[in-house]
Design a protein around this ligand. Sequence first.
Ligand code: HEM
Ligand code: HEM
Length: 222
Amino acid sequence: MIDTPGRVRIWDLPTRLFHWVLTAMVVFSFTTGKLGGEWLQWHFRSGYVILALLLFRLFWGFAGSCYARFTSFVPSPARIWRTLRSTDTAPPLVNAGHNEVGTVSVYALLLVLLAQGLSGLFSNDGTFNEGPWVRWVSEATSNRLSALHYYNHWLMVALVAVHVAAIAFYLLIRRQDLITPMLTGDKLGVAALAAEDGSAIRLRAFALAGLAVAIVYVLVIL
Ligand code: HEM
Ligand code: HEM
């Protein structure tokens, strides 16, 4: 059913929770990584939470509500180019899910975070702190992956900066508030299919989040 322009649910609760818990954990991981020393034990824990979140998002990309599914945001160079060239300051149509440029930013953020989390598992700080998978590789490999963990974190910072700048650009120049929908789930003025966000889909998310935590626990912590 296509709803008439008005208030339409776009982001289901699990996607919104995923986003804001991920944001908080990335800030916490960055801070504890920089503090180093004893803080690295907390850094490891928040890294595991991020890995579980990413695994959950992978599941949700196939099992979530319509706009959370990967099939609803497939990168297309032609459409990205068209969106970038558009000079409309107030486009008549508001995008229902992620727009073309947002799509690229979402995949880039998810991949760079995955690389950060996985390389962390093999990293060492040159003293007594080392990720749980260091024991599976040689010292030279662990050092190389520690270097990757270091350089990749700047790439992550750059992508987050671009992400936040793009959201600010949409708010200030295009006059499109993307932040409120990520908080409340609803977009105003869209003529689109409403995303499913009832108790059944939330229960599914809960089960998949539990599965993601269990997998990370068994593979990484146990
Ligand atoms: C460490 C910081 C952050 C990270 C890693 C991050 C990551 C992400 C990811 C992965 C998505 C895709 C959501 C999904 O489909 O699962 C997303 C979307 C979004 N983020 Fe962030 N985010 C961060 C900070 C922020 C901040 C500070 C804001 C608000 C100012 C924000 C606003 C949004 C909005 C509005 C969307 C939806 C964009 C759209 O409509 O296409 N994010 N973010
Ligand atoms: C995706 C989440 C993660 C983020 C955002 C992150 C970020 C960082 C940052 C910013 C640093 C400090 C780099 C520096 O300035 O020296 C760092 C260091 C470190 N991280 Fe992570 N990290 C993450 C996940 C992990 C995980 C899962 C582990 C291991 C379980 C880990 C292990 C380490 C270690 C051992 C160091 C110290 C490396 C050194 O001193 O050379 N990290 N991380």
